[in-house]
Design a protein around this ligand. Structure first.
Ligand SMILES: [Zn+2]
Length: 343
């Protein structure tokens, strides 16, 4: 597949930012051209059109994914048409989608949110329908690429991105390349085993990081403790969410505080292992649960320091919040297309 534009060429020997590409004259054609970015989420499909070399969208739209209803690809195709430029040439489409997927073949294997897309050749369909090269990667890999090209990780060469939300996703850049592995399935760091006898994970296995530190994992711990009779202002509260628990923790509810401390401690255990594996210069946290701040991160930092087996890993290490916010999917997909085209 090498050299074929439907293959995801997802690395380059040296990172060149869009700005560097422009300086180096990446092509007058590229400057007059457009890129289309797609963020395929469980709730929304998003599409945006960018001028090559710019991260400011010229057009953007979104529609409901309606994942349980047939026709997700048709909705995506109509959405792309709605932002497709009439006055300029599109040179590539970049797409970020939940995995697992095969980024090199451009095939979505079994997304948790769109059940009809089993072994779905998304890149081929997009290339055929729009007549341009298309590139696909999972949302974690796209996010780390987006933060690297446009966000908090600019200038770094070794980057760890972790999003803590309803699940835990990740992306890793090692020595200026997105880590994909043999099957393209690397960096599923939410599904690293922390405790083989731990709670069930969304994926069906037990004791994964996601089963300890995701939003639902925090809520489940609170519910279990309440069921065992522990006192808390949360007793009787229906539909416990991360936000409700955080609101109880801040004025001093000990169970709510303990739930975040526990999640932070497990996150620290996991990230210590990731430092040992990847030795990044920056760890970036995205996702809604990360936004609770010290409730989670005081325990995280203490746990990380305690579990890192040599202090050298922590020297100069930056730990920051993601910079791209909810645009991370689109900008990740844009960065994917740009990087693949060496723009
Ligand atoms: Zn799992």
């Amino acid at each position: 597949m090498k050299g074929n534009y439907i293959a995801g060429v997802l690395h380059q020997p040296r990172r060149r930012s869009a700005r560097a590409g422009r300086r180096a004259g990446a092509g007058i054609i590229a400057l007059m051209s457009r890129l289309v970015a797609l963020d395929i989420g469980g709730t929304h499909l998003r599409a945006a059109q960018y001028e090559a070399g710019s991260s400011k969208p010229l057009a953007r739209e979104r529609v409901l994914t309606l994942a349980d209803q047939p026709g997700a690809y048709d909705r995506l195709r109509d959405l792309i048409r709605s932002i497709w430029p009439s006055d300029a040439q599109v040179i590539a489409i970049g797409a970020a989608s939940p995995g697992p997927l095969d980024p090199r073949a451009g095939v979505v294997l079994k997304p948790p949110n769109i059940p009809e897309w089993v072994d779905f050749p998304l890149v081929q369909r997009l290339s055929n329908d729009f007549g341009v090269p298309a590139f696909l990667d999972n949302d974690g890999n796209a996010a780390v690429l987006g933060e690297w090209v446009f966000g908090a990780a600019r200038g770094h060469h070794d980057v760890l991105y972790i999003t803590v939300s309803t699940g835990i996703g990740a992306g890793v850049i090692v020595e200026d390349r997105v880590l994909h592995g043999f099957h393209g399935l690397a960096a599923e760091l939410g599904h690293v085993i922390i405790d083989p006898d731990g709670p069930p994970c969304n994926c069906g296995f037990r004791g994964h990081l996601e089963s300890f530190a995701s939003g639902p994992a925090i809520a489940r711990y609170v519910a279990e403790q309440l069921a065992q009779g522990r006192g808390s202002s949360l007793r009787g509260v229906p539909d416990l969410t991360t936000w409700i628990i955080a609101d109880a923790a801040r004025p001093g509810d000990s169970l709510a505080q303990a739930a975040f401390q526990r999640a932070g401690e497990y996150l620290g255990i996991a990230v210590a292992g990731f430092l040992h594996a990847f030795d990044p210069s920056i760890v970036i946290f995205g996702g809604g649960v990360s936004s609770v701040g010290p409730l989670l991160f005081d325990a995280f930092h203490a746990s990380l320091k305690e579990r890192t087996f040599h202090p050298r890993y922590l020297e100069g290490l930056k730990i920051e919040m993601a910079a791209l916010g909810e645009d991370v999917g689109l900008l990740g997909a844009l960065a994917l297309a740009q990087t693949a085209l060496h723009l």
